[in-house]
Structures are given as structure tokens and as C-alpha cells.
Design a protein around this ligand. Structure first.
Ligand SMILES: [Zn+2]
Ligand SMILES: [Zn+2]
Length: 293
């Protein structure tokens, strides 16, 4: 089946969709939106597979998000942070997020990776923005780098691309990717999801063979708009990161994969090209990177 758009990064298997998960997925598929639902720890990695199994047009990833390396408990009164974790409860007002400490378990993920619907490893990466109270920043950086490096090596072993979550850490992130590529790894490369960096940072990733993926932030964030204009469409994929980061005109509501069309529309508007062109190229990029079939 052909999909007009691929939402390359969503979390439709999270608790925010507990009540109406199937309706949300069907609504997207009927609108011609395929999706990749992204794991963030052992439980959500496993649950993503269960959902992907049920539907053509739904694929999944498995991995350990950097925010799950430490147990933490925090409120976010502002914008929901990009790609944060799964324990958001509906109606929690300001996002109340609880995470527990986890380490990357090779044997566990090796079993999951055998499933044909698993198209990538991640989200994994570096997040220097959210430092839990009592945790030393340097220790946290080192720990995140170690766990990211393990997963990059794992991706090399199972020959899958990676989905990278990176916040306030592009220099270190690019260095880690380069290190693994220089080692002869990451043959299938990957994507920097929820890209909010600069054009220059995107160019570094391009040179490494990485895509960047844009969220609904492109509909309201001035810096991302400016970057989206310049980054070549051939390097761009689109995503919702739902339930987070809802694009205009639905801001303030829960996000869902169908809304990825608003991300595409905005990119088309910024670049002065048609939505069809954005749909065609970004879908082609996703199919190529993730070998979707
Ligand atoms: Zn993320
Ligand atoms: Zn995410």
C-alpha cells in the first residue's frame, strides 16, 4: 500500500492513547498516513511491536531513551519537552513525568530486534537539557554517552538504522556517530529526530549521511522555520512525536499521527513548493532509510 505521508516518529502506544489507540491509528491510515511508533525503554519497545503487528502501515523501533537512565520525577509547566517519556497520564495538566532507571540490555533487545516490524534502534542519544536533581552533569553526560555508544554498536550488530534523540548536545552527538562510522559501523545510518538545531548542525549530520526529522515545532518555532527553509528536502523527514508537540492549528490538544500533514504543509509553505512534493520526497526518504515495505 502507498502512504502519502509517513509519520516517522510517534508514540501511539503510550498511555496517552490508552482509551482510543485503535481509532487514532485507523484515522491516520485512512488519511494515507503510515507511522513508526518509537520505543523509549524495555516496556514501550515491546508494546510497540505488539501494536505494529496489528496493522499494515505501522512499524516500530526499539531502544532506550537517555531520560530513562536515571529515575526522575518532574513537572514541566511550559512546552512539553521534545520526545520525552511515556508515563504521561492523560489529564495530568502540566506534564507530570516519572521515569525509572534502566540500562541497555543486549539480550533483551536482541530478541525484540528479530521481529520483522522492527525497523530501527532508538530513540537513543544525548539529552543534556534535563538533569535530575542530585545528579552531576558531567557524570550524566558520560553515562548517556556510554549507553548511546552501546546502542550504536547494537544497531551495527543487528544492521538497522538509528533514531537519535538529541537535546543541547549536538557536538557530542555528532562525535559519537562519527566514532561508530569510523569504526566501520552504522552502515544504514539514521535520523536525528525532532531536529531543532541550526542549518550548520544539520549540514554536519548530512555529511555523516544522516537525515533530520521535523516536528510540529516547525509550525510555531521561529528558529526551526528558518532552518527548514535551508535544509535540503532530500535530508528531511517528518514526524509528530505524538502525543507531544502538537502543530498549529491544533495546539493545546493531544497530538496524533494524522496531524503530520500540518508539518508537511508548513515545510511546503516555507520552501515555496507544493505539499505533494514534500509528501513525495519525505516519504521516499523514510522508505529508503527504514526499508519500509
Ligand atoms: Zn525524542
Ligand atoms: Zn519521541
Amino acid at each position: 500500500m502507498d502512504y502519502r505521508f509517513i509519520d516517522t516518529h510517534c508514540h501511539v502506544h503510550f498511555q496517552a492513547f490508552q482509551e482510543d489507540m485503535d481509532a487514532v491509528v485507523k484515522r491516520a491510515l485512512e488519511a494515507g498516513v503510515g507511522m513508526i511508533t518509537v520505543g523509549t525503554q524495555s516496556t514501550t519497545s515491546k508494546n510497540g511491536i505488539a501494536l505494529a503487528e496489528k496493522y499494515d502501515g505501522v512499524w516500530c523501533t526499539i531502544g532506550l531513551h537517555p531520560n530513562h537512565l536515571h529515575a526522575q520525577d518532574f513537572f514541566d509547566e511550559n512546552e512539553l519537552p521534545p520526545g520525552i517519556v511515556d508515563d504521561l497520564k492523560e489529564g495530568d495538566g502540566p506534564a507530570h513525568i516519572r521515569t525509572r532507571a534502566e540500562r541497555f540490555d543486549w539480550d533483551y533487545y536482541r530478541e525484540l530486534a528479530k521481529h520483522p516490524k522492527v525497523v530501527a534502534i532508538g530513540e537513543l542519544g544525548l539529552d543534556y537539557y534535563r538533569v535530575p536533581p542530585g545528579v552531576d552533569l558531567e557524570a550524566l553526560k558520560k553515562d548517556q554517552q556510554d549507553q548511546a555508544r552501546e546502542q550504536l554498536r547494537f544497531a551495527t550488530e543487528v544492521d538497522k538504522p538509528v533514531v537519535i534523540h538529541c537535546r543541547d548536545a549536538h557536538t557530542d552527538q555528532a562525535e559519537l556517530l562519527r566514532e561508530e562510522i569510523d569504526r566501520g559501523g552504522l552502515k544504514r545510518r539514521g535520523v536525528i529526530h525532532c531536529f531543532t538545531g541550526t542549518v550548520a548542525e544539520a549540514a554536519v549530520y548530512h555529511e555523516l549521511g544522516f537525515y533530520v526529522s521535523l516536528t510540529g515545532i516547525v509550525t510555531f518555532g521561529k528558529n526551526v522555520m528558518a532552518a527548514a527553509k535551508e535544509i535540503p528536502l532530500e535530508q528531511i523527514m517528518i514526524e509528530t512525536d505524538s502525543p507531544y508537540l502538537t502543530p498549529a492549528p491544533h495546539r493545546g490538544k493531544r497530538n496524533e499521527p494524522k496531524y503530520v500533514e500540518h508539518v508537511a504543509q508548513k515545510i511546503a509553505e516555507l520552501k515555496g513548493i507544493t505539499v505533494d512534493e514534500v509528501a513525495r520526497v519525505t516519504t521516499e526518504n523514510a522508505k529508503k532509510l527504514f526499508k519500509l515495505s
